[in-house]
Write a protein of this length. Sequence first.
Length: 127
Amino acid sequence: MCMNMEDALEYYYEGVSHQENGNLDDALECFYKSLEIDEHFKTYHRVYQILKIQEKQDESFIALKKAFQLNMRNDKVASDYAEMLIEQNRYKDATNILSNILERNPTFRYAKELIAHLNAHNKQKTD
């Protein structure tokens, strides 16, 4: 049986349906099947969301990093990635990503909140 992009999309949407209904393990199974056919940033981002809920920090970070590598210009993915970098005390990397987001999308609230959090943290360090 030959798998194609349509199969990947079907597994993705099936996974989204499971995720929305709270069937996280079933959702992950569908997302992983989709990724075997076609690696897509949105699918990795969904995997990240589930693994984060399941408190699988290392695995969720790997999925999010892959999503970011596949599409660095998606503001939600980039912001989530910056937030995880902040949690890892990688402030410079996070600041660079957030600055890039705000350069192309100055009103993106999530990035603005994260940058404000970083600036407050940096101010505390210098006080």
